[in-house]
Design a protein around this ligand. Structure first.
Ligand code: GLP
Length: 248
């Protein structure tokens, strides 16, 4: 794992944006795995700017989002489909069919998850996976206890994750308690992974991800086994982490 620490969240977004830009320029038909949440918002804003400046085209890029809430349709303001359209997809080129997100309204979530997994495989797997980090160490919606071999599936969210994501919902409206998430095994198969964490609220999860023996209690620690993993932190997220990654 390469660990890169930048002074600020802005500097993190600049750096990760540059990494993505380079990747897309070199591999304009690649398959990207994409996260939601607050962390990637400044990265998506920069990607939209670089598209508008003519630096990059998304027309041949295929995307797979990590997760979606069960029970929310693509037009619900709190859905990840809406999040992605508003932050990225509506502002770059490339047909909507290239952008995959699990269907939160599927009558059979297990079937939807299996189909999603099949679509990733049919696209040749994920070339570059961008990941955020939950405060409890989750990646995608793989909550503590998730198997490192897990595939895309329906999952239950923990109360702390529901509380952390409340800010994306209107007053009085609770986030759903279930989601469809890419599995940890699915994520680990990506050919390159960039994990991004900013803010003091992520400092403990970062320390445990990098410095402790891997355990399903801290899903992100599975990334210690990932191929080609880069971790990009701001100084606050790195503030609890001292020294080299854990070596078994
Ligand atoms: C959600 C998403 C994750 C994301 C996490 C952190 O739970 N499912 O993919 O990484 O939130 O979000 P934030 O960046 O807002 O802290």
């Amino acid at each position: 794992m390469d660990v890169i620490v930048k002074a600020s969240a802005e500097a993190v977004a600049d750096f990760v944006h540059e990494q993505l830009l380079e990747h897309i320029k070199l591999s304009p038909a690649s398959v990207l795995g994409l996260p939601t949440g607050g962390t990637p918002e400044p990265i998506y804003a920069r990607l939209v700017e670089s598209y508008r400046s003519g630096l990059v085209s998304w027309k041949d890029i295929t995307t797979f989002n990590l997760d979606e809430y069960i029970g929310l349709g693509a037009d619900h303001p709190g859905s990840y489909a809406t999040y992605m359209r508003e932050r990225l997809f509506d502002h770059v080129d490339g047909p909507a069919e290239h952008h995959h997100i699990p269907n939160g309204l599927a009558g059979d979530p297990a079937g939807e998850a299996a189909e999603y997994e099949g679509k990733i495989a049919a696209a040749g797997g994920i070339d570059l996976m961008l990941l955020g980090l939950g405060q409890n160490g989750h990646i995608g919606f793989n909550e503590p206890g998730s198997s490192f071999q897990s595939r895309t599936r329906a999952v239950d969210l923990t109360p702390s994750t529901i509380a952390a994501n409340q800010r994306f919902f209107g007053a009085g409206e609770l986030p759903p308690r279930k989601a469809i998430s890419m599995g940890i095994g699915t994520i680990l198969e990506a050919r390159r992974i960039i994990v991004v964490a900013t803010g003091e609220v992520k400092a403990v999860a970062v320390r445990r991800m990098l410095g402790e023996q891997k355990t399903p209690d801290l899903p992100a620690s599975a990334l210690q086994d990932g191929r080609n993993v880069m971790v990009v932190l701001d100084a606050l997220a790195a503030s609890e982490y001292r020294g080299a990654p854990f070596v078994p």
